[in-house]
Design a protein around this ligand. Structure first.
Ligand code: NDP
Length: 253
């Protein structure tokens, strides 16, 4: 795990990931670098970790300070150790539907759906948000399971009309209580990816939980919903990375 700077949210995420590694018996190292670290210095560290034999997965916690180009750093991580599945090679594989590493947050959402005995096939699925780390891969994963998928974003017209048609609604907007009860169909499966801090420091999702809970067939809370699933999927990818790299080494023995 590599963290640059002292963003408090990033610190919490890294601590949680470190804790999960400890609980599972996964060896982990943390590189906490000062905010003034240069792009070249970070690239050098990534390159070193790419070649470090006892490290199977590299996670650079985002966001990075503004003077560092995130894309440059993500592209420098070996796709074999890219347990966040952000490298273009892994993103492309997700698009094709034949991938080694799951995109952590969307895969966590899918796991929640499966574990709840809900089938995606033929369902109207609406994803609000089109980021590279959540919205887009989420839409792909729902599509791979034969959902009929609509992606909404900030330029979408008549958003409520679209969300109201959703059998499965995934909110990944980053705005507290953005999805209100009038935007939701009765019986819908509502999955709240959002993590928003209110001024009183309370953590809330993108969905007005209290109002939507009354309508929903199933709904995830924040905290305690998608967040822990994201970490679980990260651990899954790390184990997969270790297995794949060990298999590869085995081939040379
Ligand atoms: P981004 O800010 O990258 O993307 C937000 C998306 O929401 C954009 O596509 C944006 O549209 C869309 N959007 C913004 N305003 C509106 C609007 N008024 N109507 C419709 N769409 C809108 O965020 P992320 O995808 O990275 O994260 C989304 C949320 O999920 C955040 O709260 C984040 O903290 C949380 N998150 C939670 C994780 C977890 O583990 N639970 C992991 C990752 C993120 P446009 O593209 O047009 O700008």
């Amino acid at each position: 795990m590599v963290i640059v700077g002292d963003d408090p949210a990033s610190r919490v995420y890294v601590n949680n990931k470190k804790k999960a590694c400890g609980e599972l018996g996964i060896y982990s190292e943390e590189y906490a670098l000062p905010a003034e670290t240069t792009e070249a210095e970070l690239l050098e560290l990534v390159e070193r970790l790419n070649h470090k034999n006892d490290i199977n997965g590299i996670l650079v916690q985002l966001p990075l300070p503004k003077h560092i180009n995130e894309e440059t750093i993500i592209n420098a991580i070996s796709p074999k150790k890219d347990v966040d599945a952000f490298h273009p090679v892994n993103v492309g594989k997700i698009m094709i539907g034949n991938y080694d590493f799951v995109p952590c947050t969307p895969a966590g959402v899918m796991e929640l759906i499966h574990e709840s005995g809900i089938s995606v096939e033929g369902k109207e699925c609406v994803v609000v948000g089109r980021s590279n780390i959540v919205g887009k891969p989420q839409a792909m994963m729902l599509l791979h399971e034969n959902g009929t998928v609509t992606i909404c974003h900030s330029r979408t017209k008549n958003l409520a009309e679209i969300t109201k048609k959703a059998d499965i609604l995934v909110a990944a907007v980053g705005k507290a209580n953005f999805i209100t009860a009038d935007m939701v169909k009765e019986g819908a499966v509502i999955i709240d990816v959002g993590m928003n801090r209110l001024p009183d420091k309370k953590l809330v999702g993108d969905v007005d939980f209290t109002a939507c809970e009354k309508l929903a067939g199933a709904i995830t809370p924040v905290p305690g919903g998608v967040g822990p699933m994201t970490i679980a999927m990260l651990m899954k990818n790390t184990v997969k990375a270790a297995i794949l790299q060990n298999d590869e080494k085995g081939a040379y023995v």
